[in-house]
Design a binder for this molecule. Sequence first.
Ligand SMILES: *[C@@H]1O[C@H](CO)[C@@H](O)[C@H](O)[C@H]1NC(C)=O
Ligand SMILES: *[C@@H]1O[C@H](CO)[C@@H](O)[C@H](O)[C@H]1NC(C)=O
Ligand SMILES: *[C@@H]1O[C@H](CO)[C@@H](O)[C@H](O)[C@H]1NC(C)=O
Length: 945
Amino acid sequence: MGLTKQYLRYAASAVFGVIGSQKANIAFVTIQGGEKGRFVAVAACEHVFIWDTRKAEKVLILKGNKHEVTCLCPSPDGVHVAVGYEDGVVRIFSLVSGESSVSFNGHKSAVTVIRYDALGAGLVTGSRDTDVIVWDVINECGLYRLKGHKDAITQALFIKDKNLLLTCSKDSFVKWWDLDTQHCFKTIVGHRSEVWGMALLNQESRLITGSADSELRAWDISYLQEVHGKEAGEPKEKKGKSLLGEEGDEEDEEGLDESPVERILSCNKAGSLLREARDRVVSMTTDAEARILACHGTEAVLEVFSVLPEDEVERVMAKKLKKAKKKARDAQAAGEDVQDPVVERKLANEIVRLTNIKASAKIRWVDCIMCAGGELKIAMLLQNNTVETYSLKTWNKNPTGTKTSRLTLGGHRTDARTLAFSSDNIGILSASGETVKVWNRSTLQVIRTMECEYALCSLFVPGDRQIILGTKSGKLQIFDLASGTLLQTVDAHSGALWSLCLSPDQRGIVTGAADKTVKTWEFELIKDGETAQKRLTVKHLRTLQLEEDVLCVKYSPDQRLLAVSLLDCTVKVFYTDTLKFFLSLYGHKLPVLCLDISHDSALIATGSADRNVKIWGLDFGDCHRSMFAHDDSVMFLQFVPKTHLFFTAGKDKKIKQWDADKFEHIQTLEGHHREVWCLAISPNGDHIVSSSHDKSLRLWERTREPIILEEEREMEREAEFEESLAKGDEPVVSVPGENKETEAAPAAKKTIETVKAAERIMEALELYRSESRKMEEHQIACESAGKQLPPPKADPILMAFGNVSASRYVLDVIKKVRSSELEVSLLVLPFPYIPDLLSLFNLYVQDGLEVELVCRCLFFLLRIHFGQISSNQMLLTIIDELRTNTISQVRGIRDVLGFNSAGLQFLQRELESKEDVMFFADATGQLEQKRRKRKKKERAVLTIT
Ligand SMILES: *[C@@H]1O[C@H](CO)[C@@H](O)[C@H](O)[C@H]1NC(C)=O
Ligand SMILES: *[C@@H]1O[C@H](CO)[C@@H](O)[C@H](O)[C@H]1NC(C)=O
Ligand SMILES: *[C@@H]1O[C@H](CO)[C@@H](O)[C@H](O)[C@H]1NC(C)=O
């Protein structure tokens, strides 16, 4: 025996087959130079795919890791996309580079909504954990966490220019938040069930909410502050009333006799709009100007409404009034007694139904944008892994949606239940409920797509020119790959054909089905009647009748034996030549769903719904070992060619590698987000492809990296620990002095990164301390020796960073902490380090180093350690110095900022004035053209007459 066996690691190499995952919304995005309405962003498991709908091509992948995408939102300037994940993290990606530079860590569970403010500087996120968090995108930090809802947040909207926020939730409430004071000043009740969506119309003066019934409720909002301010002729600040002029303000308040709620706005029900669908609203959206409102339920119909502008409504109303008056006059003339006609303005006059658009499957999410000339572009993510785009010419009287594109090629509509590799390791077959596809493994492009019946098992016929599928209805379907046609459908069984296997001599196949039979078949070439060309078919040879449904069949590679798994939880082995019974494998408590025999026909491994894998000797049928393999049914099992290693796929989303000689678990391949149905290993063992209920097909690649089992286990334990740390305890972030019970709380949460960052800062401070001590000792030594001694050697770490000073090193470490994690990292820092940090900050500020960053840290530390710092005599001088230094430095920065900002404004004005001239030139050009055209027409008229 040699040394310990070496295993090679398999690593994830690609995700394909998924066009759009259901969990996250779809959004139009702009890619540099691309036209509006051409590109859409959709989630694809843990990634975001940007599709070019015109070419049906993937143009960009925003790579995530591990957790599924649950929400996405492009920034107003179109340069970034904010992506929320299942674990509560939010990352901001650049659409130019496809990279993510910022990540926000604050939610404890899936992010359900993300919205930018109008400028793109603020971001609000809502989560299933019921919290709403507002983030500062520029400073990359959390501003505040708003607590109050009791269930998952379904939508959040900023109110432009007012620093107000509107949120709705599955808890049936809509809440108004004042972001200046971070409290909820108004809650709209009136929904009896979940509020699933909302939209703001008419310059944010009307709110539409969608709930579990077919009624869309409309609410009129009036911002009282403005009205009051205008009336009184004094622009009054609603902000900071607690800070400035409290008494006067309060008096004012009492004098007005208004509750504080009504001081900001009033929001009253204005009516309702009825949808045709009777189920709940699934999603609701408007275009950027809120001229169109689109919403849908769980079905395939999108309802599109048009929000008429005020002047149009007035025109219509005037017309109606005229009509009514005329009628009244007529009636009067006829001698009837009539009152003055009144035409009541209703919601239906303001929001009118434009059209319904029926998609080809149930709609999951929708987005729409208005393009030039009033053309509305609509993108829908459907429930069957499809994206469709429609165009609506809104200026038409009765517009109808026309389908403009459809993304279907790159994936199956339903789960792929079977996979196979071609003998040259290049072709991958995947077959689902309606299509079979053959992919090129190196490019992951679809080579062929052919319609088929519901497929359960498949293989490439030797030579790779044809493929055979076994279907749920018991048929064998033979396809020709060169022509992409179905050659023949054979009625093979009268029940689901669960399994088929190529005979090792490559001359035929064996099939097993739910009709309790196993049949063997031989390949045959027959002359095709019409074309006189030879075509492949299968000829039935023998039938083996059994007592139970057959779930799985397999030849031993030496073709001596045939293993058959039955519904009664046993596996029976027969002699291939005589079909006589050889032995039975008892032991599983639930049926064996998958089995495979090793290349030397020595071992048989079985995987069962009882979650175990058993390894048996094929010579005596003795069970070598039973291993608990997955947390749910073992769905698929296959040996790596020419080895005793095998892979299993489980309903627990995992794929695992095992050693059948040493009974060891080698590696777990994680990545799928739902049940894994099957996998296929390439004949050379270098690639694995797997298929899952998450609609993704994943390719895994054998690397050159060896696996050391102990290390692998250690890593797994560590990962588990980190996960528990991230999940388990409540965030420690609670600033002393701030009430824990308040609606507002700090935004960020403790993660493994923040703990590590705090550790790095502590290490740096320790190093600084020891260096300072060294210098002091050196000083003393110099003095006692009365002469200059050679200075002590600097710490190797400092040398490694380019001979920096220890104080500079601390600053560098702080600078490297991610901005979004800075506060929480400082919070974790124990107090004994704070005095050193403060004196260092003083040094930095004096030297003008990173003043903004230092101030941010300083103010945060002062706030959270206020008591301890203020009661510490030793810190008095430092704090005093800090006070003078920071003020002068910050003032300096402010002056620079003011100067720059003035400069930029000047430039902007310059540019604008130039553009004005251009516009003017343009306009005159157009006028000229028009005049010329008119002249032409006139001339034409003249010549005709
Ligand atoms: C699913 O998507 C396809 C688009 O290729 C469509 O033709 C089909 O009707 C859809 N609907 C269902 C329910 O499968
Ligand atoms: C698959 O793609 C590679 C790389 O583009 C190409 O060389 C190869 O011919 C393709 N194979 C098939 C079967 O299309
Ligand atoms: C490191 O820098 C100090 C002064 O900053 C200098 O005296 C010393 O010679 C430098 N050491 C090396 C190895 O460059």
